[in-house]
Design a protein. Structure first.
Lengths: 127, 325
């Protein structure tokens, strides 16, 4: 069962993962997959993430902030326009994140990320 | 004492005092009880590019088109005479007409006088513009370093997590982990230099210690963007490691041939299509369980929006890798 509009708490949704460090991306993907989610991506760049969003609307998203030499903000803006909830996993400080309107009031789980907490947070986003 | 001697004594005392004031590199002015300029030292004239004749006897707050006319500073200095107080380190950030945006720390105190009835105020200015800029730069570097360290730590941690333990000896795990860690750090070194990397150079670097003379590559010169350095290094590191362990480079006569070309892909992007072909190695059998190395190669390709096809032919592994450059 992977109905995005289903409001049951079952962890069956699709989660977009955007993270440029692919070992970390794999780690996040493994944790979410083991928790029963289907992972869209992981995408390592803004372009790649937007391509994936073009194909499918996820139920939630996990975003890193710094993607090499670009920032994740265009993806965050697009997710906001789609009404998809998301959470950040960035080593950047709160000051820097606060400078971007698209990221204000978005929770940042920090880095290294506690993957158990990440899974719980994504579950809560979906509920 | 002769009048002439007295004059000489007074004069040398005055010259010496004036010399001290003018030698001090910090801008200094003396104001009278009406806050008019009595004296300004050389440093003040120089720093604020003022004309001595223009400022002498003028009200301090009117100087330079009223550049010091800041209400709180006016209240502070104005309050010194009646209360014999001092203003210390009052920060003035201002875009000054001639010298531009500057930050000064202003000290103002009653001038010391033997009779203790002086109505004059000594005002000192300390230009902290450069120091503040330097401090801000340092803060930036420190926070950037902290960010990078956290990130690097997270990467190392995830390599450890993503290196499989099942069916492996501790020594095997350690070697695999360290191999991946080395590739990661080397790729980061190249990325930091912020210049595009040559595909062939990355390829050779990944294979190099494992048998350069049995490694043949042909293809056009391709420059890879920064974000591709790490994934591409890892893909070929894994392919080369597997070739050395189980594939063509594990035998005496095995060879690896790599050819590549550029082709147009969806959404107007250019893809690199690369074929990795192993020959003359030991007979290849399909790995029993999907080996972690191949899974990592697939995941890495997918991560950069590419794809990989691995074919375990009996005469050697054939891998076709495609990713947008």
């Amino acid at each position: 069962m992977s109905d995005a509009t289903d409001n049951e708490l079952g962890p069956t949704g699709c989660v977009l993962v955007v993270e440029d460090e692919f070992f970390i991306a794999l780690d996040v993907k493994t944790a979410l997959t083991e928790a029963g989610f289907r992972v869209l991506g992981p995408a390592g760049s803004v372009d790649h993430a937007l391509d994936l969003l073009h194909e499918e609307r996820p139920d939630a998203a996990v975003l890193d902030f710094n993607l090499g030499h670009e920032k994740v903000t265009p993806v965050a803006l697009h997710l906001k326009s789609l009404g998809v909830p998301f959470v950040l996993t960035s080593a950047s400080g709160a000051d820097e994140l606060a400078r971007h309107e698209a990221l204000s009031s978005i929770e940042n789980l920090g880095k290294p990320t506690d993957l158990k907490r990440l899974v719980e947070t994504v579950r809560a986003l979906q509920a | 004492m002769m009048l002439e001697d007295l004059y000489r004594l007074l004069r040398s005392g005055h010259v010496q005092a004036q010399g001290v004031v003018d030698t001090i590199t910090q801008p200094i002015i003396v104001l009278d009880q009406n806050l008019c300029v009595v004296t300004a030292n050389n440093a003040f004239i120089k720093t604020f590019k003022a004309d001595r004749d223009d400022i002498q006897g003028r009200v301090f707050f009117e100087l330079g088109n009223g550049q010091w006319d800041i209400e709180s500073l006016r209240q502070l200095i104005g309050g010194i005479i009646p209360r014999a107080a001092a203003v210390i380190g009052y920060e003035v950030k201002h875009d000054f007409p001639v010298i531009g945006q500057r930050t000064f720390l202003v000290d103002a105190r009653r001038l010391v006088h033997p009779d203790d009835n002086s109505a004059n105020i000594l005002v000192l200015f300390e230009d902290v513009t450069e120091r503040q800029r330097h401090d801000a730069e340092m803060d930036f570097i420190v926070s950037e370093t902290r960010h990078r360290m956290k990130n690097l730590f997270a990467v190392v941690r995830s390599i450890a997590m993503q290196t499989e333990t099942k069916g492996r000896t501790a020594a095997d795990y350690r070697d695999t982990f360290l191999g991946r860690l080395d590739v990661t750090l080397r790729a980061q070194e190249i990325s930091v230099s912020n210049t595009p990397a040559d595909f062939e150079a990355l390829l050779r670097q990944s294979v190099n210690p494992l048998g350069a003379e049995r490694f043949h590559c042909t293809g056009p010169s391709v420059q890879l963007s920064n974000s591709r350095i790490m994934p591409v290094s890892m893909i070929f590191h894994e392919l080369a490691t597997n070739a050395a362990k189980y594939g063509a480079l594990s035998g005496q006569d095995g060879e690896v041939h790599v050819t590549w070309s550029l082709e147009d892909g969806p959404r107007g992007r250019v893809f690199l299509r690369c074929e990795w072909r192993e020959e003359n190695g030991p007979a290849v059998t399909m790995p029993e369980h999907k080996g972690y190395g191949t899974e990592l190669i697939q995941a890495t390709c997918a991560h950069v929006g590419g794809m990989v096809e691995l074919k375990f032919h009996p005469e050697g592994l054939n891998a076709v890798i495609k990713f947008p450059v």
